[in-house]
Design a binder for this molecule. Structure first.
Ligand code: SAH
Length: 247
């Protein structure tokens, strides 16, 4: 992470591109974010990287490409992030909190006071999988024309990066969202959800019903709740005590 001294929205944001097919889009993304003062780029299984095409399209943002982190999975890319925002060009089956780019930038600003935040973009042809969207705390949709809703990847990045910049410029002095305990990061929240699932299975909580929907709802609850580390530990301690009694 680029942390020159103080934590701010721009140096706390990490732009994550998942499964990008066209290296030109990676280069155009590097330029789009650097123009807005965002320096951290992460790539999950890019089809072609490093690439001359990407370097050419990045213009004066070659340093962004040189410093880009490359990951095997989205889970690895965001495990240390407190807030993970997913982007989606269309509606999905189970509703998740969906914000506008402006609202999302505001949320990212609040979380950046406590730690790292990620904004995740999908594949050119099919976006993010439902599983990947399920790893996100909230979703953002650029309100494009529903008849043709999907933007070019790097142009979608540009719109979000611009909103993040506006939020940064507006909010230099505001810190009313300070929280006394660190918020649970993605990895800690995932462990909590798994622990709850384990306990639900041990008491046969969802044997007869449709278990998949139930788990998605449980997951959605924890993802949107901004749970902090101490709260997560209380839940896990409680689950562990019940499990011990059951044995
Ligand atoms: N057919 C794909 C479109 C992917 S477009 C789909 O339906 O998901 C590639 C990426 O650009 C998306 O994954 C998303 O990250 C971004 N994107 C494109 N249009 C968008 C929009 N209207 N709102 C938010 N993100 C968008």
């Amino acid at each position: 992470m680029h942390m020159d001294g103080k934590n701010n929205l721009l140096n706390s944001v990490k732009v994550v591109l998942v499964g990008t097919t066209h290296p030109g889009n990676i280069g155009a993304t590097a330029r789009a974010i650097k123009n807005m003062g965002i320096l951290n780029l992460a790539l999950v299984q890019p089809k072609e990287f490093p690439s001359d095409v990407a370097t050419f399209r990045s213009k004066a943002a070659k340093d962004i490409l040189e410093n880009a982190e490359v990951y095997e999975s989205l889970k690895d890319a965001v495990s240390k992030c407190e807030l993970v925002v997913g982007t989606s060009a269309r509606d999905r089956t189970i509703p998740w909190p969906v914000l506008s780019p402006r609202e999302a930038a505001e949320e990212m600003h609040k979380s950046s006071l406590n730690g790292e935040v990620a904004i995740v973009f999908g594949r050119e042809d099919r976006g993010l999988t439902n599983e990947e969207l399920g790893m996100c705390n909230l979703h953002v949709h650029i309100p494009s024309d529903p008849e043709y809703s999907s933007l070019n990847l790097s142009q979608a990045v540009q719109i979000l990066a611009y909103e993040i910049r506006l939020a940064y410029l507006k909010e230099n002095e505001r810190n009313e969202d300070y929280w006394d305990v660190d918020l649970a990061n993605n990895e800690q929240t995932e462990r909590l959800i798994n622990h709850m699932d384990e306990l639900m299975q041990e008491v046969n909580f969802y044997d007869s019903e449709n278990p998949r929907k139930l788990l998605v709802r449980v997951r959605r609850f924890f993802k949107r709740s901004k749970i902090d580390v101490m709260e997560a530990n209380i839940f896990r301690g409680f689950f562990a005590t019940i499990q011990k009694k059951l044995k």
